[in-house]
Ligand binder design. Structure first.
Ligand code: NAD
Length: 469
């Protein structure tokens, strides 16, 4: 059986340029990743191109069986994968963190295997018979971020393979080891060359996006990089699924029960220490319940342990990198300088090693404050007071991104009617950020386009072909 050391050894380069990854909680070295260049990328695309036709020819059933075996392999190595993920990304083993993320990898592989996509008959009137089929695209490029590196890689890889494509993955330069290890485990059950990882910087990502041998890019990351990918993919008219940045609003209606919703509000905002695309990042609370919501949330948040990921007691961790730590610090300072009231946190211990920023709640803050208007992507939640639902909806819709949103109320029908007015790809009611492999997920406005998960997710990894006759 493969141990943690075996797993690390299997992905450690024996030659070429390397990068040492440091644990964001302690600064200790975790391991070394290769730094590939565009020639390595060419080799990976060539191997994928060679492996893809035989994989496509296997058919849906055999490919699904292979994905189920890959899910078994992930489960066999789950504890070692979670440990590596925790050390490199910083997220704790427990809570909705490293073990949860590895569990999601096998769940999404199984779901992709189980999802049926059959040809659709669109017209059959005796004269005309037309069907839509979904054919493999060929080689798919998968470019991912550092916040949920394994899970997001599987979100891209599993449906791509299921639909008969080969995949070249370009992980974030901050978390390559997690993705290398995951792919090493998946490849125990997949044909050679079909799935590979190229660990490079932006240049390698940009080359993947413009590569004539790649038919589609699955991209998850910031809106700025999404725009760069649209440009670099234009000459080859690539298909794109873009899951970009968000700044999700939550609206608490006056009839919500503050104590009952505090825990779910907290995890909606602070899952993965706030480093989640569809986390709650701006909370709008009606004046009638404002003080009680602030109080209940502060009481809950103050008791949630943050610390080194491998310590089983912790469920919040450090920021993954210095750049993100600086963004969160700057935004909280801007809020404080503007006169907003810091209810909790906002006072990082500068003597402590690691990029720990304490759980922070900021009240009495203006809607145009940078902590509200910019994506903080960390453990700091602004809480904005509102007086009318129209005002709250206008503020929620006031930004140019729209990934997720939520409405909190004791009246389901009322919550759903407010939800319908919010410009976001998903609006949750009395929860925030829950994803499910059966339910399509994607952004509105500049949070991207294209859907992942479920049948819609499979369709987006095929080329629709109409057979008319
Ligand atoms: P990022 O955009 O900086 O990087 C993402 C990936 O793109 C990395 O692998 C990077 O190397 C690569 N890249 C950078 N420049 C490139 C270029 N010009 N061409 C091709 N690839 C390039 O994002 P990040 O900081 O890693 O992730 C955080 C962001 O991702 C946040 O904005 C967050 O909201 C968003 N995100 C969105 C979702 C979603 O599902 N919508 C999920 C997770 C994260």
């Amino acid at each position: 059986m493969q141990t943690y050391t075996d797993l690390l050894t299997a992905i450690t380069p024996t030659s070429g340029k390397t990068r040492t990854l440091l644990d964001p909680a302690t600064g200790e070295a975790v391991g070394k990743a290769p730094v590939h260049d565009v020639e390595d990328l060419e080799r990976a695309v060539a191997a994928a191109t060679a492996a893809q036709p035989a994989w496509a020819a296997l058919g849906h059933e055999a490919r699904s069986e292979a994905l189920l075996k890959a899910a078994d392999a992930v489960e066999r190595s789950a504890e070692d994968l979670a440990k590596l993920l925790s050390r490199e990304q910083g997220k704790p083993l427990n809570g909705p963190n490293a073990r949860f993320e590895v569990g999601a990898c096998s769940a999404w592989l199984r779901a992709a295997a189980a999802t049926e996509l059959t040809a659709e008959t669109v017209v059959d009137d005796g004269e005309t018979h037309a069907e839509i089929h979904y054919r493999p695209i060929g080689v798919v490029g998968a470019i991912g971020p550092w916040n949920w590196p394994m899970m997001i890689a599987v979100w891209q890889i599993a449906p791509a393979l299921r639909m008969g494509n080969a995949v070249v993955v370009k992980p974030s330069e901050y978390t390559p080891l997690s993705v290398l290890a995951l792919v090493q485990v998946l490849n125990q059950e997949l044909p050679e060359g079909l799935l590979s990882v190229v660990c490079g910087d932006r240049e390698v990502g940009a080359r993947l996006a413009e590569h004539p041998g790649v038919g589609k890019i699955m991209f998850t990351g910031s809106t700025a990089t999404g725009k760069a990918i649209i440009k670099s993919s234009a000459d080859t008219v690539k298909r794109l699924t873009l899951e970009l940045g968000g700044n999700d609003a939550g609206i608490v209606l006056p009839d919500a029960d503050p104590k009952a919703i505090a825990e779910d509000l907290f995890w909606g905002a602070f899952i993965n220490t706030g480093q989640t695309c569809a986390a709650l990042k701006r909370l709008y609370v009606h004046a009638d319940v404002y003080d009680e919501v602030c109080e209940a949330l502060t009481a809950f948040a103050a008791a949630v342990p943050m610390g080194v990921g491998l310590d089983e007691a912790n469920v919040l961790g450090p920021l993954q990198n210095k750049q993100q730590y600086d963004i969160v610090s700057r935004l909280v300072e801007a809020a404080r300088d503007s006169g907003a009231r810091v209810l909790l946190g906002g006072n990082p211990d500068l003597e402590q090693p690691g990029y720990f920023y304490p759980t922070t709640l900021v009240a009495d803050i203006d809607n145009n404050n940078p902590l509200v208007a910019e994506e903080q992507f960390g453990p700091a939640l602004p809480i904005i007071r509102y007086s009318t639902v129209d005002e709250a909806v206008a503020m929620a819709n006031g930004l140019d991104v729209g990934l997720g949103a939520s409405v909190w109320s004791s009246d389901l029908a009322k919550a759903r009617s407010v939800a319908a007015r919010i410009q976001a790809g998903t609006v949750w009611v009395n929860k925030h950020g829950a994803v499910d492999p059966r339910i399509p997920f994607g952004g509105a406005k500049q949070s991207g386009y294209g859907l992942e998960f479920g049948v819609e997710g499979l369709k987006s990894l095929g080329v629709p072909q109409v057979i008319n006759g």
